[in-house]
Design a protein around this ligand. Sequence first.
Ligand code: TNX
Length: 483
Amino acid sequence: MPDVISLIPRPTTLDVTGGEPFVLGQGTTVVVESRPELISVGVLAADLLGRVTEHPVEVRYTGGEAPHTIWLRIVESLPSGAEAYRVVVRPERVTIDARTPAGLVHGLVTLRQLVTPELTVPAVRVEDVPRFGWRGLSVDVARHFVAVRDLKVVIGLMAHYKLNVLHLHLTDDQGWRLHLPSRPQLTERASSTSVGGDPGGFYTVEEFADVVAYAAARGIRVVPEIDVPGHVNAATHTYGDLKPGGVPTDAYTGIEVGFSRLHADLPATSRFISDVFADLAAMTPGDFVHIGGDEVLTMERGEYADLVGQAAAAVRGAGKRVVGWQEIAHTALEPGTVVQYWDPRVDPAPFVAAAQAGALFLMSPGSKTYLDMKYDATTELGLEWAGHIELRDAYDWEPTAIIEGLPPESVIGVEAAVWTETLRNLDDLTAMLLPRLAAVAEVAWTAPEQRDWDGFRSRVAAHGRFWDRFGFPWYRSPQVDWT
Ligand code: TNX
């Protein structure tokens, strides 16, 4: 048995039942109930465990009672929500029960975190259910493009910490990263640039579908964002008719924000908005599409509200629900719209009013969850506008207490964000995400009365070894005694 069981996020209950451990080895077989929706869970289990044991792991799709199995079952009678799961480890068998495939993935991740370096699994019983149904990571693939294979690594890390929403910031001043069938010029003309003159890139329709499927197999849904009515220089570089005067703007590779914008009085604008959101919605199996709405510094309120309203209507017209950055709370919102809070430098009163009118809140406070902020003054990468974020800063906060006066029940979740002005590749991403992603994941999953810094600090110490296995650069926070 390991000296400490280092599960992150901390589960609702963990009982060490004692006795002999389960031993992973050559004879280990995964048994999955034979149902079409469980095929991908079986494949995932074999893949994960095969990489741990360094032997191929067989999967059988039956209800089997064979010895030395890891048995994945759908059990409708488990308590609480769709993502709840139970893992019971006995010397001869591990059972993972959940109500949904996503719950089984969580159980599998728990099992994987329980495996010791000696390939034993201590005899335990874990019952677990998340606090929030939205536990996200937003990745800015616009300032620097993130290739599909690197994005899949990030998705794997998200799954390891039971995050369930990948928010992709697909467009910004510096580049347009998703091919849209109705508007092929966007990626033809505006995808090859990035911040600082670095190479660009974009996802084809097929690649995007592949990312969505890879995430779905890990219990993660994709929420794609096209940012309007600001952060649109890639669009105005593509289409001159989005600018008064009709001349396309120059490509932009700097890191300023707030200068680009759409214009409500130009006829091309409405067509642009309805085309891009119709295509994006059609490519999105999930319920939510993000319309951006942040940092429009050169537009008067009425025009802003008009353009946000057009984007929201396009998303709803395509049968999806709307998410937007906190600035959209200054416009009239349909009940059920998700407002993503990020910038504390503003008056909370409009958020409270929006919540009272039925808006829901996703908490991404810059000073806690912006994982592109430097850890301290010596961090080479990253920005500092929201301050420095040490590991404890990312951990020690309460999502329902961030906006004064907000009804706690309007908070639907927590999302970390990694903006890529200064981050150029996967190494840079993991150097900023790890270890802080684990901290935010626990904030999002674990009930407040179950969370404490000392416990997290001692559990996270064992995770560095896991990151090292994959060769990920990560930050050895001095706040932890890394093992
Ligand atoms: C603020 S967060 C932004 C982004 C920047 C980020 C850098 C938000 C809605 N807007 O455009 O990339 O800060 O930390």
